[in-house]
Write a protein that binds this ligand. Structure first.
Ligand code: HSE
Length: 315
């Protein structure tokens, strides 16, 4: 049966995320307090998307826009499409930098669709929303923290591309992200990975990933050892030499630094001082961990949500 749609507008705030965290390839992720705000309402026909902030003037309009594609998938899961859509994105998460902008768009779209349908939360609960979002993204390690907040361990089952648990992070962990001007494509970074890896490397990574869960939740003094990776960062280094150089510099100084997601941003899981300002092509920012995950509200985007900077810092 076709769903019944709500006429009032809805909006969602979705956090940036950093996936992998070193050894936890395609599994571990962290939500960061930098947000996109997206508003949506049902219209009588057509599909319009307005973008301000990151990606403005570059992202496709209408049904090609990733938020709309995710909304369409959400509406399909809920029984049918509305007559028309108007979507407004206020983007603060840098695009194509390894900070989860595509996962944020996907989670926003799925949650907006759910919020625009009567009884949407009953018919598409959080587990189903995560499954849908992970299927759209292709891996669950960004969509899980984006939806749930905090530190997540995500995995896939043969019949479910996205399962996840959240764990509390020790209070003194304070991430810093380093974002270059250059962009990276996850598909290119994934194509750089070998089909097989040495058994010793896989075994070492399993140990470090397990240790990282302990280090992040209970003993941050172990974060440096716990963030060592041998499964993806070395294979991708040639495609992002600036990232590899900064990572090497930070780690040589004993900083628990990793490539953020598929790069090219770098994430340091510790408080840093100015010594590590990496130059004019990079911006660095301390981003606290977001613990709430994606949040949906009734009503249109207001003044605060449209602020291109300030609202991005609120947790
Ligand atoms: N785990 C994914 C990868 C994250 O590294 O390819 C992409 O954002």
């Amino acid at each position: 049966m076709r769903p019944s749609f709500l006429s009032e507008p809805v909006r969602v705030r979705v956090p940036a995320t950093s996936a992998n965290l070193g050894p936890g390839f395609d599994t571990l992720g962290l939500a960061l307090a930098l947000y996109d705000d997206v508003g949506a309402r049902i219209t009588s026909d057509g599909c319009r998307v307005e973008v301000t902030g990151q990606g403005a003037g570059e992202l496709p309009d209408g049904d090609e826009h990733l938020v709309v594609r995710a909304m369409r998938a959400g509406f399909d899961a809920l029984g049918g499409q509305p007559s028309g859509l108007a979507v407004e994105c206020v983007n603060r998460i840098p695009q194509a930098r390894g900070l989860g902008s595509s996962s944020a768009a996907i989670v926003a779209g799925v949650l907006l669709a759910r919020a625009l349908v009567t009884d949407g939360e009953r018919d598409l609960d959080d587990a189903a929303a995560l499954r849908l979002a992970a299927g759209l993204e292709g891996h669950p390690d960004n969509v899980a923290p984006c939806l749930l907040g905090g530190f997540t361990i995500a995995w896939a089952e043969p019949d479910d591309p996205g399962r996840a648990v959240t764990l509390p992070v020790a209070p003194d962990v304070e991430p810093t992200v380093f974002v270059p001007q250059e962009r990276g494509l996850t598909a290119v970074a994934r194509a750089a990975l070998p089909a097989t890896v040495p058994h010793g490397d896989a075994a070492r990574n399993a140990g470090r990933a397990a240790l990282l869960v302990h280090a992040l939740t209970a003993d941050p003094t172990l974060l440096f050892a716990a963030t060592e990776d041998r499964l993806h960062q070395q294979y991708r280094a040639g495609g992002m030499p600036g990232t590899a150089a900064l990572l090497a510099e930070l780690r040589a100084a004993g900083v628990a630094a990793v490539v953020s997601g598929a790069g090219p941003s770098v994430l340091a899981l510790t408080r840093l001082d100015e010594e590590f300002t990496p130059g004019m092509h990079w911006t660095s920012q301390r981003l606290p961990i977001d613990v709430a995950g994606a949040r949906v509200y009734r009503g249109r985007l207001g003044h605060a949500e449209r602020d291109p900077v300030a609202a991005g810092r609120k947790s």
